[in-house]
Design a binder for this molecule. Structure first.
Ligand SMILES: CC(=O)SCCNC(=O)CCNC(=O)[C@H](O)C(C)(C)COP(=O)(O)OP(=O)(O)OC[C@H]1O[C@@H](n2cnc3c(N)ncnc32)[C@H](O)[C@@H]1OP(=O)(O)O
Ligand SMILES: O=C([O-])CC(=O)C(=O)O
Length: 440
């Protein structure tokens, strides 16, 4: 059978041969046309990337290697006595293209345990930042400090055959994923818990250990972390964090540099930071209305106020999805099972009843439905994780699974430097006047 790494290489080699054949026969086939509007408007609907780990359907939502979230909740291995999937299993699925056995998931848990040591200089660098630094800035700074450990950067400096890039990229991806929970928990305890740190528990799974090191021992919080880390892991290749990681990696920047770049994108309020914005927005609404249990009429009025002041309703809308995000639904199911009477969670559900018709009535918003970020914060608050500026760090830890599995594939498939063409409006105008090609 061999190790997971050896099996990955065999799988990737077979895929490489298949892709070469496919391109030899069909490489010149057209897959679409590009309009002028698309290049000015964020390239919506333009297919321009290959990402093997997951695929997004606008109506159905995300599928990881063909499996929907409910299917993964049934079929992925679970922690002993747990009901939610282990993110280790999802990582295996994204990397290998097939469901893991219990042993495969356990092998990844043990591998990440063994590789989880974070050198002291990473903590020193985080400690050097002012305490009011945003947790995402601390997190990315910590990852950048960890870049000293890159196997790929060292190998490349020594001189390395292109065919072997995948090898140290794979090692870096595994090392980085293994260490992220420790960095995230360190930031949480430093910023919010008086620098009172908790050592890892060598018997716990990856997500369970993150919960433990943050100071949350409730078994159902550990279950939430397993679900959270699974559903936030990947969303095909065009989203800002995945695309950035892939783009930066295409310059042969190592996984530490590439992932840090991607996470700077996740830290934007239209992307991963929306999860903190949602809770902030709800807390502000509660404050203004003077109640922690607002009625639908009160919520409606507050939504209209948000829109009329030129702000977005956080957690709603999506660049590709056109239905309720199945990641929202999975969290709603978790809420119904574990905290059906929680007031904040119920407010999230009331907002879900209220917001879509209002957004729809504006006529310009392509997707009035909630995305993943509309729900996550309320579940965290239920367990006492009220420090909402920290939420995107959890998202980032999860997103590592998808973007780093993809980076292993990028190098194993020998993908080249990414470098699309850009134009100026001056060149567009000349082209429209028939005075040359658009790219001149
Ligand atoms: C994990 C994730 O990244 S999920 C997304 C998290 N982000 C959020 O929840 C932030 C709120 N949502 C948004 O800002 C947007 O829906 C995005 C960024 C997610 C998608 O943007 P787009 O693909 O440009 O959406 P769309 O084509 O529907 O936008 C059309 C118009 O509707 C507006 N719009 C879209 N969503 C919203 C919203 N939730 N509230 C108010 N206005 C919105 C856009 O700002 C745009 O306005 P404009 O024409 O005046 O510039
Ligand atoms: O797909 C997107 O553009 C944003 C998103 O939901 C994600 O990255 O999880």
């Amino acid at each position: 059978m061999g190790t997971i790494k050896e099996r990955f290489k065999v799988t990737a080699d077979a895929a490489n041969t298949e892709i070469k054949e496919l391109l030899k026969e069909h490489g010149s086939k057209k897959i679409g046309e590009v309009t002028l509007a698309q290049i000015y408007q964020g390239m919506r609907g333009m297919t321009g990337l290959v990402t093997e780990t997951s695929l997004l359907d606008a109506q159905e939502g995300i599928r990881f290697r063909g499996y929907s979230i409910p299917e993964l909740q049934q079929q992925l291995p679970k922690a002993p006595e747990g009901g939610e999937p282990l993110p280790e299993g999802l990582f295996y699925l994204m990397l290998m293209g097939e469901l893991p056995t219990e042993e495969d998931a356990a092998e990844i848990t043990s591998l990440w345990q063994r590789r989880s040591h974070v050198p002291n200089h990473v903590f020193d660098i985080i400690d050097a930042l002012p305490i009011n630094t945003h947790p995402m800035t601390m997190f990315v700074t910590g990852v950048m400090a960890l870049q000293t450990e890159s196997n790929f950067a060292k190998e490349y400096a020594k001189g390395i055959n292109k065919k072997d890039y995948w090898n140290s990229i794979y090692d870096d991806a595994m090392d980085l994923i293994a260490r992220l929970p420790r960095i995230a928990a360190y930031i949480y305890r430093r910023k919010y818990k008086n620098n009172d740190h908790i050592q890892p528990n060598g018997l716990l799974d990856w997500a369970g250990n993150l919960a433990h090191m943050m100071g949350f021992e409730d078994e159902s919080f550990k279950e939430l972390m397993r679900l959270y880390m699974t559903i936030h892991a990947d969303h095909e290749g065009g989203n800002v964090s995945a695309h950035t990681t892939h783009l930066v990696g295409s310059a042969l920047s190592d996984p530490f540099l590439s992932y840090a770049a991607g996470m700077n994108g996740l830290a934007g309020p239209l992307h991963g930071l929306a999860n903190q914005e949602v809770i902030k927005w709800i807390f502000e609404m509660q404050e203004e209305l003077g109640t922690d249990d607002p009625s639908k009429e009160q919520i409606e009025e507050y939504v209209r106020k948000t829109l009329s002041s030129g702000k977005v309703v956080p957690g709603y809308g999506h660049a590709v999805l056109r239905k309720t995000d199945p990641r929202f639904t999975a969290q709603m199911e978790f809420g119904k099972k574990h905290m059906p009477d929680d007031k904040l969670v119920n407010t999230v559900w009331k907002i879900y009843d209220t917001v879509p018709p209002i957004l729809q009535s504006l006529g310009k918003i392509k997707n009035p439905w909630p995305n993943v970020d509309a729900h996550s914060g309320a579940l965290l608050v239920h367990y006492g994780l009220v420090e909402y500026e920290f939420y995107t760090v959890l998202f980032a830890v999860s997103r590592a699974l998808g973007v780093l599995a993809s980076l292993c594939w990028d190098r194993a498939l020998g993908f080249p430097l990414e470098r699309p063409k850009s134009v100026t409006t001056q060149s567009v105008k000349l082209w429209l006047e028939g005075k040359g090609e658009i790219w001149e």
